[in-house]
Design a protein around this ligand. Sequence first.
Ligand SMILES: Nc1ncnc2c1ncn2[C@@H]1O[C@H](COP(=O)(O)OP(=O)(O)OP(=O)(O)O)[C@@H](O)[C@H]1O
Ligand SMILES: [Mg+2]
Length: 254
Amino acid sequence: MSANLVIEARGIIKDRIGGLMRKKTRILNELELKVQEGEVYGLLGPNGAGKTTTLKILLGLLKPDQGEISILGKEVGNLQGLAQIGFLPENPYFYSHLTGSEFLDFIAQLFSIKKQERIKRKAELLKLVKLETYKDEPMHKYSKGMLQRLGIAQSLINDPALIFWDEPMSGLDPIGRKDVREILRDLKSKGKTVLLCSHLLPDINDLCDRVGILFAGKLIAEEEVKNISKDGSYIGLEEFFLTKITEAQSHGTT
Ligand SMILES: Nc1ncnc2c1ncn2[C@@H]1O[C@H](COP(=O)(O)OP(=O)(O)OP(=O)(O)O)[C@@H](O)[C@H]1O
Ligand SMILES: [Mg+2]
């Protein structure tokens, strides 16, 4: 692994077998992905392109059929590595009878964080995601956006060096989105590495250093955000995205 590569995935292939005919579908097709320490990387792509599958593989939740992966210089699923990772899933599932505060405490215990530190982290994070008022309410009373905020808080409970966020803006109102943008900027200023999946291109444009476009399980384009409009080829990220997808479709990559 190069000195400052936090994510290095090479030749990742993932097949799924499904349906009555037990047909094999290639979900990830020789995916290559490299993310540097301190980078905020936006993984983009149409629905079904393989973004969530990629995150699950990088986290060790799914096993690739082929390929090599190094995360924080360690093998995928290494416990020391996992202790330094934060994850916000696409559809967070919570134990809805718990209060927000109890849930954060539970997650902190999974990371073996000691009681005093747990109390401190919990208070900081509830403040950060503006859930202090609701912290003692059971989560089944939370709105979608409140659950999403709690999901963001739990992803940061262990002060992770590497953060995976799958659709962090999902369900958030414009104030929530602004808050998440601020949280992300703060994480970046602290030198954290973030891999983010989102369909919200303006947010990606504002927040990410680099983007990769996934299409049919392949990374079809990668660029530093600051270079996208530099030479006048593209008006902005949306045009870059749509052009790359159209090109890939016309090349019959599917
Ligand atoms: N558990 C599963 N079993 C079989 N196929 C699956 C499973 N999960 C995902 N897939 C398939 O894998 C492909 C990639 O799905 P994935 O969820 O990774 O896409 P995505 O890029 O995250 O999409 P979205 O933008 O909608 O979140 C899709 O064709 C999907 O149908
Ligand atoms: Mg997804």
